[in-house]
Every structure is written in structure tokens, then in C-alpha cells.
Design a protein around this ligand. Structure first.
Ligand SMILES: Cc1cc2nc3c(=O)[nH]c(=O)nc-3n(C[C@H](O)[C@H](O)[C@H](O)COP(=O)(O)OP(=O)(O)OC[C@H]3O[C@@H](n4cnc5c(N)ncnc54)[C@H](O)[C@@H]3O)c2cc1C
Length: 413
């Protein structure tokens, strides 16, 4: 195969990059992955680890404009926007607002559905073939409601995803919920269980996938920032980095929330903004949830692992700011304590924040560059990068190889 000698340089060391590296290496390419910091240290190893086909609906839905403004004015809202960040965020917001229509929502949902469903199947293959080893559990995802109104409001959403995608959840009233999950406080309104969802431990996903890729010959270079490209006759011939020049036959940008910067150098405007989220990882509380949960009214998520436990939440549009705001971090425990008998474990292992690569329309970009023919982009996976990683990696490898895509590629162009 001619591609045996071709080197694909992947920029980024997150879950989208490692998935792409895996499928490209399997397709016979020589793969070099460049990460500006430590592999996995972006958004991919300390998130909530939900693999959630249930999350097909994007944030831009009818009514999101009013909801966004209302939550911005609420004290302690998990959602925050700093309008002084400047024009890129204003442009993103404007586009987001324009997408808050039913037809756009369904268009995005269909695009997300294809990636989520395919990824779920591919995850099973990856585990059966022992490519990844990451405490995978198929226990579903439980949406927990404090008020009867919010519980009832979910019926409409559930009907929509059941009718259009066959992915409806099972309702539990207050008593049944307390029996299903004894870690919850009594007296909550109820819950909806999305039985098809699963969860995993993201740091183990990243380390085991990296090991499998390295066994296939993938080279991972850390502390190496891609800064520019050498382009000859409309093609990249080398990636210029903080540690020198890296020759490339093809280049894939998988730089998460930072993707717009390098994409701009290739003549492409990407409307992706960092949506900062927080997590706190502790020992398992007693009692510890067995099923991963989302506490809907407070937008906090809880994930149990074998010997750890994580709360995650918040969405801040405050630009490329990577500082931990302790007040915001505190919202996690405060939010969860409305629902759980024990919101956190005794020993804190990690406090973290990361930038979700938020695409204004809820659809990731997985495509070839129009102006530089050997450049490709896989970015903008918003709140679902882990859930969509396998199908994204497989699809971009098919686009690069010229093979027939296993799912239609058009929605991601
Ligand atoms: C609190 C929280 C909870 C979440 N929970 C879930 C969940 O339960 N399920 C789910 O599916 N998703 C979840 N997500 C979203 C998920 O984490 C992201 O969608 C996903 O990690 C994005 O992966 P990525 O590879 O695109 O980006 P990243 O993981 O950010 O990787 C991009 C990498 O590129 C590197 N980079 C950038 N520029 C350069 C450069 N010039 N040169 C070299 N390297 C560069 C960065 O350092 C970074 O490591 C959550 C996110 C947050 C914040």
C-alpha cells in the first residue's frame, strides 16, 4: 500500500486524537501525535466518562435563548458567560442563538445520533478486542429530578427522543427511585433511566488506548506545540513546532477547544469556543451511587468508579482561562447535596477544570480542509467527545484513506 510510507501527523493529545491515531494506524499509516502538554491533560481524562447516546439533542433548542438569559441572571447558576471576552465569543453566541429552532435542533440531533450509535458499537468492539480497558459499565444513566414540574417537563423531551430515535427512558416515581438508588435522599420527585447509556473511567480509557496505539507503532510526542505549517504547492510538508520541524504527508487537527487557532492558518473559520467545566474526584462516599446520574435542576453529574467517584458540572464561556474558580468548584458539592445522602467521599484525589470544545451548532467538524488538500480537522465535540470518539476516529481515517465512510460524512463538513 502506498500509504504505508505516508506519515500522518495528528496535532492534539485528547480522546479524538488517540481514536484517530488508532484507526489510521490500523489502516496502515505511520502516525505521529503531537501534544503541547501531557497526553490526555486537555479535556479528555478528567471528565464524567458518560457514554451517552441519550444526549442526542444539542444545547441549541427552541427556548434555549430565554433559558440561557434566565440562568445567566440566577445566582450560583452552573452556566456563566463573560461577554467581555470579545468578538469571537459574540460571533459564536449570535450563531448559537440563530440555531435555536426546531428544524436545526433535529438536524443536529440526527448528526449526533449517527456518531453516538456508531461509537457505542465500536466501543464494544474495542473492548472485545482488548484494545481498551477502562472500567466500562453498562448501567445506564439516571436523570434525577427534585421537583414534580421538572420531572413532568421531561416527558416532552423523552417523547421526542423516543419517537424520533427510539431512545426513550424509563420513568421511576419517588418511591421506585429511592429503591433503585439507595444513595439518593428520600422525597425526590423521581427519575428517568436511560438504560442504553454506559460509563467508563476516562483516564484509563486514555492510557490503555495510548498503549494499544503505541503497540501499533504510533509515536506520541509530549510537550511539543504545533505553531505553524510549512506549505508548498497548496500542501503542508511540515508542521513547525516548539521543538522543531516535523515532516508530514497529511495533517489532522484534533486540538479540541483550541482548534480555531490552527484552522485559521489553513484558511478555515471554526466556530468553537471553550466551555469550561469542573470536576472533583474523591474516594467513594458511603453510600455511593451505583448508577451514574445527572441532577437535572442543578446540572451536576455524578459518576462512580471502582475505587473513585466524581462530580462534574458547570459551563463557563469565559475565553481561554484555565484557572480553577473555587466558588464555581463549590457548586458541584452544593448541587449534589440536594439529591445525595453523601455528596462527596472523604479523600479528595483531584480538582480539575477543562475546556469543552463547544461547537455553536452542536455538530462536530470532521472533514478535509478545502484550501489545503492534505489537512483534515476533527474537533468541536462539545459535551460528548468521549461518547463520539470511536466513530469520529474511524470516520476521519476513512476520509483520509479515501475509503467508503461507515456513516455519512456530509453532516460534519
Ligand atoms: C466537566 C466535564 C465533563 C464532561 N463529561 C463528559 C462525558 O461524560 N461524556 C463525554 O462524552 N464527554 C464529556 N465531556 C466532554 C469531553 O471531555 C470533550 O468533548 C472531549 O474531551 C474533547 O476531546 P478533544 O480530543 O477534542 O479535546 P482535548 O481533550 O481538549 O484534546 C485536545 C488536545 O490538544 C492539545 N493541543 C491544543 N493545541 C495544540 C497545539 N497547537 N499543539 C499540540 N497540542 C495542542 C491540547 O493541549 C489538548 O490536550 C466533559 C467535559 C467536561 C469539561
Amino acid at each position: 500500500m502506498s500509504q504505508d510510507r505516508e506519515r500522518v501527523v495528528i496535532i492534539g493529545g485528547g480522546v479524538i486524537a488517540i481514536s484517530s491515531a488508532y484507526y489510521l494506524a490500523k489502516a496502515g499509516y505511520q502516525v505521529t501525535l503531537l501534544e503541547r502538554n501531557r497526553f490526555g491533560s486537555g479535556c479528555s481524562e478528567s471528565n464524567c466518562g458518560f457514554i451517552c447516546p441519550s444526549h442526542i439533542l444539542p444545547l441549541c433548542e427552541p427556548g434555549a435563548r430565554a433559558k440561557t438569559l434566565k440562568t445567566m441572571l440566577q445566582k450560583d447558576s452552573p452556566f456563566r458567560v463573560n461577554p467581555f471576552v470579545g468578538p469571537p465569543l459574540w460571533g459564536w453566541m449570535l450563531r448559537f442563538m440563530q440555531r435555536c429552532r426546531y428544524d436545526y435542533m433535529i438536524e443536529a440531533a440526527k448528526a449526533r445520533h449517527a456518531l453516538l450509535e456508531s461509537s457505542m458499537r465500536l466501543y464494544h468492539d474495542l473492548m472485545n478486542e482488548s484494545v481498551i480497558d477502562c472500567e466500562w459499565k453498562s448501567k445506564g444513566l439516571l436523570f434525577v429530578f427534585k421537583s414534580d414540574k421538572a420531572m413532568d417537563d421531561y416527558i416532552k423531551t423523552n417523547d421526542l427522543i423516543e419517537d424520533q430515535f427510539g431512545l426513550g427512558a424509563k420513568p421511576y416515581d419517588s418511591k421506585a427511585l429511592a429503591e433503585l438508588e439507595p444513595s439518593l435522599k428520600p422525597g425526590l420527585a423521581g427519575g428517568w433511566l436511560h438504560e442504553h447509556d454506559a460509563h467508563l473511567r476516562p483516564d484509563l480509557l486514555m492510557s490503555s488506548w495510548r498503549a494499544s496505539c503505541e503497540a501499533l507503532g504510533v509515536e506520541v510526542i509530549e510537550n511539543c506545540e504545533a505553531q505553524s505549517f510549512t506549505i508548498e504547492s497548496g500542501k503542508i510538508v511540515a508542521v513547525e513546532t516548539s521543538t522543531g520541524s516535523v515532516p508530514a504527508s497529511k495533517v489532522l487537527l484534533a486540538t479540541g477547544a483550541l482548534a480555531p487557532k490552527l484552522a485559521k492558518m489553513l484558511g478555515r473559520d471554526l466556530y468553537i469556543q471553550p466551555g469550561k467545566g469542573y470536576s472533583i474526584t474523591t474516594s467513594r462516599p458511603d453510600p455511593c451511587p451505583e448508577i451514574p446520574m445527572i441532577f437535572v435542576e442543578h446540572s451536576v453529574a455524578a459518576t462512580p468508579f471502582d475505587d473513585r467517584y466524581r462530580l462534574g458540572s458547570t459551563m463557563e464561556f469565559t475565553g481561554y482561562d484555565d484557572r480553577i474558580n473555587r466558588k464555581r468548584l463549590g457548586l458541584l458539592e452544593r448541587g449534589a447535596s440536594h439529591y445525595l445522602k453523601q455528596a462527596l467521599g472523604d479523600t479528595v484525589h483531584q480538582e480539575w477544570c477543562g475546556w469543552r470544545p463547544m461547537a455553536y451548532n452542536g455538530i462536530p467538524t470532521i472533514s478535509q480542509s478545502k484550501s489545503v488538500s492534505n489537512a483534515f480537522i476533527a474537533a468541536g465535540h462539545s459535551m460528548l467527545g468521549v461518547s463520539m470518539a470511536p466513530a469520529t476516529g474511524k470516520l476521519i481515517s476513512e476520509i483520509i484513506t479515501g475509503d467508503t465512510p461507515h456513516i455519512a460524512a456530509d453532516p460534519y463538513g
